[in-house]
Ligand binder design. Structure first.
Ligand code: AMP
Length: 346
């Protein structure tokens, strides 16, 4: 008889939540763990097996894939997988990946990302083609899942050049790195977290969070007069340090669901089988409560870690402690019981 299905992930990002959720659903759990983090993860009793590696990139090699195959594992992709491997590498993984591994390329590539968001009819900040076109606050971003480190705000072409030079000199970005420029959207940050269930054929709104980013937030604590007097960095970064919950006005829920539904439907056309599993639409609400989306993540986001015991909206839908990790595991368990694992993995 084949091994029962198990849940595997890389030891970082949201691994604890994912594996605890799998364990709560009665599934075996496997952690691919870097040697240097073994001591940390051994503290948690719900991790059944550890595959110890020197680097996460070993997940691409035969021995690691063999062990995952022996465990009949489904791999849950998260931000660390995307940050450390390119799209070709991710697509070459033979272990079944939860959700749609093909859509991760659309998350990593800035122009594909923009296209999918446009097709989903999400309101976006205007992209700015060249530094010379900057005429007002613009945010300058790096490619891929850089986590906001090395991003900066520029107000003009000269400002852009000066700040870019500073970051190249400090080694934060490389001189030949192509940067992406977008109009700065101001408002209340909200990262909207969803789950699309291919088994139910429906979308669920899980919750929302805000990211705390350093040192753009630190700057907000320094009065303008002192900022102008100098002594604080004039290239604050957007490096994510942690997340906190935000609960939306109930009147905003309908539009949140509508955005999620449009994203799922556009993804189905653009990159079959579509946006299955967890995803996040990231942006700001302006003074008219209109949402502008500057990003999406086509997999679980670390912001769901704030709801390890269940989110407010999932307590309404499920009436039991349901984290995003557990929701993923439930979909896997139900698919496995129905002989439909192929419908929830790629
Ligand atoms: P991202 O990698 O696009 O998620 O961006 C990292 C962080 O930069 C976000 O969490 C926001 O704080 C900020 N950010 C990105 N794009 C914009 C934008 N167009 N306007 C304002 N802030 C932005």
């Amino acid at each position: 008889m084949a091994e029962p299905v198990s849940v595997a992930t890389l030891g970082s990002h949201c691994a604890l939540q994912v594996l605890k959720g799998a364990s709560d659903e009665g599934l075996r759990t496997v952690l691919v763990c870097e040697k240097r983090r073994e001591r940390l993860y051994k503290r948690f009793p719900f991790i059944d097996d550890m595959i110890t590696v020197d680097s996460f990139r070993e997940i691409l090699a035969e021995p690691c894939q063999d062990r995952l195959r022996e465990s009949n594992a489904v791999l849950i992709p998260h931000g660390t997988l995307i940050a450390q491997m390119n799209s070709d590498e991710i697509e070459s993984i033979r272990t079944p990946v939860f959700g749609n591994k093909w859509i991760l390329r659309w998350e990593s590539d800035r122009s594909m990302k923009e296209e999918l968001m446009r097709r989903a009819d999400l309101r976006m900040p205007d992209p700015i083609a060249t530094p010379e076109d900057i005429d007002g606050a613009a945010i300058v971003k790096r490619q891929g899942a850089a986590g906001g480190k090395g991003y900066f705000i520029a107000a003009s072409a000269d400002d852009y050049s000066a700040k870019r030079d500073t970051l190249v000199k400090s080694g934060t970005i490389s001189a030949d790195e192509p940067l992406y420029i977008q109009r700065y959207a101001s408002g209340v940050l909200a990262y909207l977290q969803f789950f699309y269930s291919p088994l139910r054929g429906d979308i669920e709104f899980f919750g929302a969070d805000q990211r705390h980013e350093s040192d753009i937030e630190g700057l907000a604590r320094v009065p303008a007069k002192e900022q102008l007097a100098g002594g604080v960095s004039d290239v604050p970064s957007f490096n994510v340090i942690g997340n906190t919950p935000i609960v939306l006005r109930e009147s905003l829920l309908e539009e949140a669901y509508a955005m999620g539904e449009r994203f799922v439907s556009a993804s189905r056309d653009a990159v079959p089988p579509g946006m299955n599993g967890p995803f996040c639409i990231e942006g700001v609400y302006d003074e008219d409560a209109k949402f502008t989306a500057f990003e999406f993540s086509a997999r679980i986001v670390a912001g769901t870690n704030i709801y390890m015991d269940g989110s407010p909206y999932y307590s309404l839908l499920y009436g039991e402690p349901m984290s995003m990790g557990r929701r993923i595991a439930r979909e896997i368990r139900q698919a496995s019981e129905a002989g439909r694992l192929g419908d929830v993995t790629t």
